[in-house]
Each structure stands twice: as structure tokens, then as C-alpha cells.
Design a protein around this ligand. Structure first.
Ligand code: PEP
Ligand code: MG
Length: 581
């Protein structure tokens, strides 16, 4: 009997069939026992075998990542190898087996805890990275000692569909998309960075399914239909047939929509709309250009860093320059790092916050760490010499914060002048409007900012006090809530009054069902992931601004979110049913 699950949120579209792989995260249990004298030799050999196996595994992941993703990402594993092969650690492990007569998992765990504790006291970027490597490598080694099959997603070497209670954005970013056909998680929301990463990598995904991981077993055949929002475990022949048809229809629609590539994003009443791309990793630039986007409206620079801490100036400069030159003369809006929240990186792992989304995140983190911030500013400014760069600060809450950040840019410019390093002196510096206070004070911010970009992913969560990654309260997370719409209307008004260019880069900019609302509210610059870029363009080309304004006028008179949603949904369905997946 097959089992169909319809709970969950489509994070990235597509339909796949494959074998389930259940991934429980890389939590491991450490067995602890004493050895008899007669067992010591065997324990040393067990350690040696696990050591060699771990080494081989890392080398093979490294080669795989270097060919599928990038050399930089594979470097993470070079440092893992260095940690593994450190002769002092190896010698200590062997000695402890002989002298302390404890099992090797216990010893490895203790050595790594001791090392982490002593290294944690040193405030140095390089050391901080090594701490993470150390913890990863000891987990891998212990898993191999216990013959636990797989410890990380990078170990997967056949085509699978991953089921997991939860995935971090960095775990997702390192997925090999030729092997991971799709994924399903129990936790998560549409605008979580794991979902954003799934779209970036074009891996179909359904998130927030509550308990699906407990319903599948390794090796089960499953269909993930991230178009209609269905997961089928052990499908029947008839269901497989239906799946093949849905997949064919999906591909046909994709081909049909791609014919829009060279057509302008112009409404029926000749209003030009500008479509830009959101990118997380530089590799996405190609697909954005293929979609004929007019530049990059949001470069989420933090994804360059993945599991690493802030890379040096040269590395960042090269990565930014690559993207900037690729799009020149089109604009590339580089956002300074937005760590914290659900994006947990090396630097923020040290201290756990009670409310990470309300904590030391984004620009707050950069201002707390001026040395790191200035490295990034130098890299962005240097890249600005090679094309059309705009710089943007995330999560600005107060005017002072913006001025302080801008002050750092000016200081950095002076340093570059002094060194004779070229950069674009007229670079536009703007901010993400994603905190309610920034909308309330948009007129004040407009005095100092060159542009605004609206981040609705966060704005919705901060206006409605609803965690954007929580599946439990996802029903409350709704950009069509009248409070959100009122704020969007207000910020458009303020930007007009102050002639401040405004764009929108939250996920709603790239979701077809919201396009008419955004046009009706007055947005003309939309930045989005390429996932639905053609659908959005198709809508733009099929509507008049007047009818979008009419729609907005109607919904703005309502107070019930469901009523608003229903009107927007109906309008979309009537006009665009053929482009609905
Ligand atoms: C947003 O908040 O809408 C946004 C675009 O930024 P991020 O999703 O990276 O927080
Ligand atoms: Mg944001």
C-alpha cells in the first residue's frame, strides 16, 4: 500500500522519483568502556582501519566537490585532512589506548574536547576555523569506528531522495545535486535559507512536513512532487504512471516558458518592469544571465563563506569581481554579510543566542566586528572598479546604524585612496528595508541612502512576530497580511516622495501569485531567484498596471488575511491557470 503525504511547504519546484535516504543529522553517541590487556592490540588496529577509511572518505569527497562545485568548497576538506593527519593527535590517541586502556571512541572524543576547549580561548580567525574542522573530523572518525554507515550528506554516492528532520543552509549548500534528486524535511519554512539554497541549486524540495522522516525507511521508493505538494511512499504502478505524466507536463511548461527569454518585461500598457536575480553562490550567475535578468538585485555574500569563517580580502575580491565583470555594465548589488538568524556560521557558533533572529545578526554583527567588516568593504570597493556595483547593508534598524556603516565605507575609501587602489568613487550605498522601524523611519533613512531594497522574508517575520523558519506557525507567516501590505504601501510612498530608488528582493518578488499585487503597490524593480522568473515575466506581459492597482485597491479595504488571499488566488487562477505548476 502506498502512502501519500500532503503536509508541507514547497520550497523548490520539481518532481522526482527515487530511493529514500534518511539522514538524521550528524549526531553521534560515544560508547565508553575499558579494555582488557588482551584487547589493546585489536583496538589499535581498529583505530588504524577507521583512520585510513576516514582519510579515503575525505579524499573522495574532496575530489567530488572540486569537480561538482568549486575548488574553494573542496578546500574545507583539505583542512579536515590536515587535522586528521596531525601526528601529535595520532600519537596521543595510540598512547592513551595503551596507557589508559579506554576504547578509542572515548579517547578521540576526549582529545577533541580538550583541544577545542584550549583553542577556544585563542581569539584568532584561523584557529576558530580549525575548531570546527576538529569537531567534524572527530565525529567522522568515531562514526567510522562504529561502522555507522554515513555521517554527512557529502558521503552519499548514489542517487537518493534525502529525508531529514532538519537541514542547515550550509548542509544544503554542499549538496551534490547530481546525486541528491530532491529533499524533504520535517522542519522549515518557505523563506528559510535552506529553502532559498534549494532553489539556488535547483533541487526540488518540500519542507515543514512535521514528521515525514519517521514515516520512511532507507531504500523505500518515493515520489517527491514539489509541484502539487505531495510525497508518495511506495507508490503503486498507477501512481508512478501519473508521476511520469506530471513530470512530462512540468518539463513541457518549462520549455514553453523559456520562450520568453528574449522578450521584454513590459506590461500591456507599456510600463517597463525590471527583473534582477538573487544569487547565493557565484555559480548561479550563469543561469540568471540565461534568463536575461538585468543584473543582480541581491548577492547574499554570506553564502560565500559556508562553513568557513570570513575569508580573506583577496578571496572575496576575486569572487565579487568574477560576478561583477560577468554582468558589467548591468548592476550587481552586493549585500554585506548577513550571518546569524538561521544562517549559523563559524563565527556565530561560539555563542548561542536565545533569539538568533533578534540577536547579533547582519549589520549588527558587522558593526560588532569592524576588522572583518572592513575586509569585506575593501573587497567590495575594489571589485566596484570592474563594473557596476551597488553596496547594500542588511537589517538596518536605525539611522545611526546606517550612518555608522556608511562611515566605515568612507574610512575604507580613504585607506584605498592612500594606497592608490582604484574603486568606484560614486558607488551607490543602500539598505535592506526588512525591519519595521526602517519603514517607519524610511523618510529619515532616505536622506542618507542611495536606494532601498525591501526584504519581505524578514519584514513579514518581524512585523507579525512569526519565526520565518517555523513550520508550526507557518499559517501566520503571510505577506498578504494587511499589516504587511500597509507597510509596503507606505514605504513605496516614502520612496517616491524622496526620489529614493526602491526594489524588492524578498521571495515574494519571485512568486507569481504576488506579481500583480507588487505591481499594483507600485514596485517596478523586482529581484528574485531564477526559479519562477519566466512565470513572473509572463504575468507582467499579460497585465495592465491599472488592473493591478484595482486589485490592490480592493484588497487594501479588507482586514481578513484569508479573504485577501482568496481574492489574490482567484485572480491568479482565472488569469494564469496555464502557467500554474
Ligand atoms: C529578506 O529578508 O527578504 C531577504 C531578501 O534577505 P534574506 O532572505 O537573506 O534574509
Ligand atoms: Mg533578510
Amino acid at each position: 500500500m502506498s502512502q501519500t503525504i500532503t503536509k508541507g511547504i514547497i520550497a523548490s519546484p520539481g518532481i522526482r522519483i527515487g530511493k529514500a535516504f534518511v539522514y538524521q543529522g550528524n549526531k553521534i553517541i560515544i560508547p565508553k568502556y575499558m579494555l582488557r590487556d588482551s584487547e589493546i592490540e585489536a583496538e589499535l588496529q581498529r583505530y588504524e582501519r577507521a583512520f585510513q577509511k576516514t582519510k579515503k572518505e575525505i579524499q573522495s569527497i574532496q575530489t567530488q566537490i572540486a569537480s561538482n562545485l568549486s575548488k574553494e568548497m573542496s578546500d574545507i576538506f583539505t583542512s579536515h585532512l590536515m587535522v586528521l593527519e596531525d601526528p601529535k593527535v595520532d600519537e596521543q590517541a595510540r598512547r592513551k589506548i595503551r596507557e589508559e586502556k579506554r576504547n578509542i571512541e572515548w579517547i578521540i572524543n576526549d582529545i577533541s574536547i580538550d583541544l577545542i576547549n584550549s583553542l577556544s580561548k585563542i581569539k584568532d580567525d584561523y584557529i576558530r576555523e580549525r575548531i570546527i574542522d576538529l569537531s567534524d573530523i572527530s565525529k567522522r572518525l568515531i562514526a567510522n569506528l562504529q561502522k555507522t554507515h554515513t555521517t554527512t550528506l557529502s558521503d552519499i554516492n548514489e542517487e537518493v531522495i534525502v529525508f531529514a528532520p532538519d537541514l542547515t543552509p550550509s548542509e544544503t549548500a554542499l549538496m551534490n545535486k547530481t546525486l541528491i534528486l530532491a529533499f524533504v524535511t520535517d522542519k522549515g519554512g518557505k523563506t528559510s535559507h535552506t529553502s532559498i539554497m534549494a532553489r539556488a541549486l535547483e533541487i526540488p524540495a518540500i519542507v515543514g512536513t512535521i514528521n515525514t522522516t519517521s514515516l520512511v525507511k532507507n531504500g523505500d521508493t518515493v515520489i517527491v512532487d514539489a509541484i502539487h505538494g505531495k510525497i508518495i511512499i511506495d507508490p503503486t504502478e498507477a501512481e508512478i504512471k501519473e508521476f511520469r505524466k506530471a513530470q512530462k507536463d512540468f518539463n513541457k511548461l518549462e520549455v514553453e516558458l523559456s520562450k520568453l527569454t528574449n522578450l521584454p518585461a513590459k506590461t500591456l500598457d507599456s510600463e517597463d518592469i525590471f527583473i534582477y536575480g538573487n544569487i547565493e553562490i557565484p555559480e548561479e550567475k550563469k543561469i540568471i544571465k540565461e534568463h536575461m535578468a538585468q543584473g543582480i538585485g541581491l548577492f547574499r555574500s554570506e553564502f560565500l563563506f559556508l562553513n568557513k569563517s570570513l575569508p580573506d580580502e583577496e578571496y572575496q575580491f576575486k569572487e565579487y569581481k568574477r560576478v561583477v565583470e560577468f554582468f558589467n555594465p548591468m548592476p550587481v548589488t552586493i549585500r554585506t554579510i548577513d550571518v546569524g538568524g538561521d544562517k549559523i556560521y563559524a563565527y556565530t557558533r561560539e555563542y548561542k543566542e536565545r533569539n538568533p533572529f533578534l540577536g547579533c545578526r547582519a549589520i549588527r554583527f558587522s558593526l560588532e566586528n569592524p576588522d572583518m567588516f572592513k575586509i569585506q568593504l575593501r573587497a567590495i570597493l575594489r571589485a566596484s572598479y570592474y563594473g557596476n556595483v551597488k553596496m547594500m547593508f542588511p537589517m538596518i534598524t536605525t539611522v545611526e546604524e546606517f550612518l555608522k556603516a556608511r562611515g566605515f565605507v568612507e574610512e575604507t575609501m580613504k585607506e584605498l585612496d592612500h594606497e592608490g587602489v582604484p574603486y568606484d568613487e560614486n558607488i551607490d550605498i543602500g539598505l535592506m528595508i526588512e525591519v519595521p522601524s526602517a519603514i517607519i523611519n524610511a523618510d529619515l533613512l532616505a536622506k542618507y541612502a542611495d536606494f532601498f531594497s525591501i526584504g519581505t522574508n524578514d519584514l513579514v517575520q518581524y512585523v507579525l512576530a512569526v519565526d520565518r523558519i517555523s513550520e508550526k506557525i507557518a499559517y501566520l507567516y503571510n505577506p498578504l497580511n494587511i499589516a504587511v501590505l500597509r507597510l509596503l504601501r507606505s514605504v513605496i510612498q516614502t520612496s517616491r516622495e524622496n526620489s529614493t530608488p526602491i526594489s524588492i528582493c524578498g521571495e515574494i518578488a519571485g512568486e507569481p501569485q504576488y506579481t500583480m499585487v507588487l505591481l499594483g503597490l507600485g514596485f517596478r524593480h523586482l529581484s528574485m531567484s531564477p526559479t519562477y522568473m519566466y512565470q513572473v515575466k509572463k504575468i507582467i506581459r499579460s497585465v495592465r498596471i491599472a488592473e493591478c492597482e484595482e486589485l490592490v485597491k480592493t484588497i487594501m479595504l479588507l482586514e481578513d488575511t484569508h479573504e485577501i488571499e482568496e481574492i489574490v488566488r482567484q485572480t491568479f487562477k482565472e488569469k494564469f491557470h496555464e502557467i500554474q505548476y
